[in-house]
Design a protein around this ligand. Structure first.
Ligand SMILES: Cc1cc2nc3c(=O)[nH]c(=O)nc-3n(C[C@H](O)[C@H](O)[C@H](O)COP(=O)(O)O)c2cc1C
Length: 215
């Protein structure tokens, strides 16, 4: 006889029907007017780990979120990994209320910004800022040519979901309320103690304390 109970598989099964540990990161994107805005995210993982022309991650997002809409418009984003501190986590959760306009939530933003490597390499370009308090950050570009997503458009004013004849399988708008983004890794930025640990050999005490959530 099995030692397990059976559980129904329903929408958002990873948090409604499982204890599924995930990272907690803050994504920086660019608004229409080129300002950096931030939203937390957990559904993010390595996607192309080896054997391709580039390395990539996969993000699953609500298609109407500022993060998804900004990405469809401006393609660039930064994934910021903040250390596990109660005050940082409180601010992370505050940035996650659905429906807040970027200018509303960013006016009380508690973290500091600095330029990333992409902006240093291309001073004429506009790139989302990196959160200075992060221990590591990834600068990335949405690969919109995969799965034919280059023609995906931002939502029209007042719409909260998409109504398309066909949805993509894995990149771009994948359902009325859902989007997936294959994100090429352009740069990995890391604070010196973590950088040195990876280069010189990691000991158990070198691992940064990073928050994990189960939905
Ligand atoms: C810890 C945490 C993790 C979250 N993870 C995700 C996620 O993986 N995908 C997603 O679409 N929304 C996620 N959310 C909700 C988004 O943060 C929320 O949709 C918010 O509206 C995003 O901000 P934005 O609209 O400015 O992009 C998460 C929220 C929190 C607090």
């Amino acid at each position: 006889m099995s030692s397990f109970q059976n559980l129904r598989i329903v929408d958002n099964f990873y948090q409604t029907s499982l204890f599924f540990p995930m990272p907690v990161v803050i994504i920086s994107t660019l608004t229409e007017d080129g300002k950096t805005t931030c939203g937390p995210c957990s559904l993010i993982q390595p996607f192309y780990a080896a054997g391709k022309d580039y390395y990539a991650m996969l993000l699953s997002a609500r298609s109407s979120s500022n993060t998804a809409q900004d990405l469809i418009r401006r393609k660039r984003r930064v994934v910021n990994f903040l250390p596990d501190r109660p005050s940082y986590f409180k601010e992370t959760v505050r940035l996650g209320w659905p429906g807040d306009a970027p200018e509303e939530k960013m006016k009380d933003f508690k973290f500091r910004f600095e330029k990333g490597r992409s902006a240093e390499e291309d001073p004429e370009g506009t790139y989302p800022m990196v959160i200075r308090e992060a221990v590591q950050a990834l600068e990335r570009t949405w690969m919109d040519t995969l799965d034919g997503a280059e023609s995906d458009q931002p939502l029209a004013e007042g719409q909260d979901h998409y109504e398309l004849e066909k949805y993509h399988d894995f990149n771009g708008i994948t359902s009325p309320y859902g989007a997936h983004f294959v994100l090429r890794i352009d740069h990995i930025l890391m604070k010196k103690p973590c950088h040195d640990a990876i280069v010189n050999g990691v000991r158990s005490r070198d691992f940064p304390r990073l928050p994990v959530d189960c939905g």
